[in-house]
Design a protein around this ligand. Structure first.
Ligand code: 8ID
Ligand code: ZN
Length: 353
């Protein structure tokens, strides 16, 4: 089953070798395999993970040549012969987890991000920085047709990931969570999910633009790490009783805040590590971590259920984070700004430009 207007060639941003440069060029449109769908990507968010992939920051090689991108929102234009649950014309999202085996121990308990055979969009398989992208039908995110495809695209990685991280933190309504890297793509959405859940947030990032944005997104305090003489003291002082936040969500792309969080989190508090700065290590003092009963955890994207839940918050109008739309051809400029920490919120690419 396929729709007739699928072109043979399409525009894409291609990484030929790790480190770049990016090449904006025409490449063939692929055909979906039996359990796959072909998606006409309309909008795709730019995640810092895409920049890590270009730079080869992580101890996991990408496919090459590579089309990056994993926040792709679009319309199904063709499907393989084994696909019955997704129809041509459906609105879907291409997320980081492109496909998994669905039968290993982890997939069986809905921990599919931990599947050893997981295929990663824009990393081990081509992603959404192209006009037509392929995904496993079992894993595409289902989007309501009333939901705008530009605004929803950042939810497909940033939204799902922070939603999962907040759940993993165990924070409850009325409690306080520190969002580290609050001015970035994940951070802006994290503040909105917390607000929707009745959780109070302290934002940590740098600069007046990000401060203003974080206050608008619902944080009651902002700690500027570039100006603060003592981030640990300032974060603790920002909590009502001075004992520190109940949880910390680490989204920054630098190592230092990963070392500081265990110091300012509240006794019995939880530190959730999500950001993935290159070559970084986690370090916390044993004595204080033990006698203060600190929990330190990693959190990695989300499963299909987390995806549906995170999207439902968006569809109900509870999540509004700022994003700017530019053409797919402008991806190199977006990466340049991201590298310098100049982006407040998210950039979304329009694949028709
Ligand atoms: O599943 C996962 N674990 C997952 C999913 C998606 C993304 C992990 N990530 C990772 C990305 O690979 C990246 O390493 O999360 C990180 C954040 O992604 P992003 O939100 O897309 O990045 P961004 O928009 O560039 O925002 C990063 C923010 O961190 C701030 C920057 O100013 C920026 O606003 N920041 C930095 I760099 N150092 C900081 C510090 N010391 C800091 N904020 C506070 N304190
Ligand atoms: Zn991402």
């Amino acid at each position: 089953m396929s729709s007739p207007q699928i072109p043979e060639k399409q525009w894409a941003q291609v990484i030929e070798k790790t480190g770049g440069p990016l090449e904006y060029k025409q490449i063939p449109v692929q055909k979906p395999g039996p359990d796959e769908v072909l998606v006409n990507v309309k909008y795709t968010g730019v995640c810092h993970t895409d920049l890590h992939a270009l730079n080869g920051d992580w101890p996991l090689p990408t496919k090459l040549p590579l089309v990056g991108g994993h926040e792709g929102a679009g319309v199904v234009v063709a499907r393989g012969q084994l696909v019955s649950e997704v129809n041509v014309g459906d609105h879907v999202g291409i997320k980081w987890i492109n496909g998994t085996c669905l039968s290993c121990d982890f997939c069986m308990q809905s921990d599919e991000p931990l599947c050893a055979k997981a295929q990663l969009s824009g990393y081990t398989v081509d992603g959404s920085f192209q006009q037509y992208a392929i995904a496993k039908a079992a894993h595409v995110a289902r989007l309501d047709k009333n939901v705008p495809l530009d605004g929803v695209s950042p939810v497909l990685c940033a939204g799902i990931t922070v939603y999962k991280g907040i759940k993993e933190s165990g924070a409850r309504p009325g409690q306080t969570v520190a969002i580290v890297g609050a001015g970035g793509g994940l951070g802006s959405l994290a503040q909105q999910y917390c607000k929707a859940m009745g959780i109070r947030t302290i934002a940590i990032d740098a600069g007046d633009d990000k401060k203003k944005m974080c206050e608008e997104l619902g944080s009651y305090a902002f700690v500027d790490f570039s100006k603060s003489k003592n981030v640990v003291k300032d974060v603790q002082a920002a909590t009502e009783d001075g004992l520190g936040p109940h949880a910390v969500i680490l989204l920054a792309v630098s190592e230092k805040p990963f070392q500081q969080a265990a110091e300012y989190v509240r006794p019995r508090g939880t530190v959730i590590c999500i950001g993935l700065p290159a070559g970084a290590s986690l370090k916390a003092p044993v004595f204080e971590s033990v006698i203060r009963m600190i929990t330190i955890k990693g959190s990695y994207v989300g499963n299909r259920r987390d995806t549906a839940e995170a999207l439902d918050f968006y569809a109900k109008g509870l999540i509004k984070a700022p994003f700017k739309v530019v053409g797919l051809s402008e991806l190199p400029k977006v990466f340049e700004m991201m590298e310098k920490g100049q982006i407040a919120g998210r950039y979304v690419l329009d694949t028709s430009k």
